[in-house]
Write a protein that binds this ligand. Structure first.
Ligand SMILES: Nc1ncnc2c1ncn2[C@@H]1O[C@H](COP(=O)(O)OP(=O)(O)OP(=O)(O)O)[C@@H](O)[C@H]1O
Ligand SMILES: [Mg+2]
Length: 258
């Protein structure tokens, strides 16, 4: 046979399921994400999008099914172990340390990654390297001018971008963003979307994001997956998804009515 095999997926979920009490929130979900893809997960409120992220990143343990990161089973492992393997994540509600400075937030993330390489007893110069790296990451999100400010004092949009910076500081191969532009003004959205796309390109990341803003989703995604009531309803290119009858009925139609 000819060697036409594609590279193995960065992330694959197989028959993933999760219920809360009697409520099936993730129902036999399977998909695979090839390296370098920029893709979105969309679907109505309560569809199970954040739950899916929680199952992949170790915050929740699935009832059934598998999660594979670069071919290795990771389901059920701790969030810390999974993030060290190379999955960075930002949250629908930001997870930053609000009482610490912007720089400290990113620095903690840089240093936690370094731990893995057993460089626990760092020299002052090495610490300087970490600060420099943290500042570089802040610069990629246009936050370097706010490094000394208390994170909790930043405007909402800056806090959302800081949460992304913290995720990037782990030097992940796969970045998962949960509603990265939610609550932002149109101007902030445009800036943040440009930054996300730039970072994805420059760092050659695989990037997966959840978003309700359809202009953003259809504007930057190479591939879109649609969740509805815990089921993967459809996946495809933006053009395919935008004319998918089931998706229009379950979700996109609502958006137009809104
Ligand atoms: N820890 C939990 N315990 C019980 N029910 C939960 C828990 N987490 C989520 N749920 C329920 O699971 C369903 C899916 O929630 P989830 O947060 O995954 O939805 P979502 O698609 O991210 O929605 P949104 O677009 O509003 O963020 C909802 O009905 C929610 O109330
Ligand atoms: Mg959610």
């Amino acid at each position: 046979m000819e060697n036409t095999r594609k590279p193995p997926p960065v992330l694959e979920v197989r028959h993933l399921s999760k219920a809360f009490g009697g409520l099936k929130v993730t129902h036999d979900v399977s998909f695979a994400i090839p390296p370098g893809e920029l893709s979105a997960i969309i679907g109505p409120n309560g569809a199970g999008k954040t739950t899916l992220f929680n199952l992949i990143t170790g915050k929740l343990v699935p009832d059934g099914g598998e999660v594979l990161f670069k071919g290795e089973r990771i389901e059920g492992q701790s969030p810390a172990d999974i993030s060290r393997k190379g999955i960075g994540r930002s949250f629908q509600i930001t997870s930053i340390f609000k009482e610490r400075t912007v720089l400290e937030n990113v620095l903690v993330s840089v240093l936690s990654r370094e731990k893995k390489t057993a460089r626990l007893f760092r020299r002052a110069t090495a610490h300087g390297d970490a600060v420099r790296e943290a500042m570089e990451i802040l610069a990629t999100l246009s936050l370097e001018g706010k490094a000394g400010e208390t994170a909790g004092s930043l405007p909402h949009g800056d806090q959302k971008r800081l949460d992304i910076a913290v995720a990037l500081a782990l030097n992940p191969e796969l970045v998962m963003l949960d509603e990265p532009v939610a609550g932002m003004s149109p101007e902030e959205r445009a800036i943040t979307v440009d930054l996300i796309r730039k970072i994805w390109k420059e760092k050659a990341l695989t990037l997966l994001f959840i978003e309700h803003d359809m202009d953003v989703v259809f504007g930057i995604s190479e591939w879109i997956r649609v969740l509805n009531q815990g089921v993967l309803l459809a996946e495809g290119t933006p053009a395919e998804i935008s004319r998918n009858r089931e998706v229009i009925t379950a979700y996109l139609g609502e958006e137009i009515v809104e």
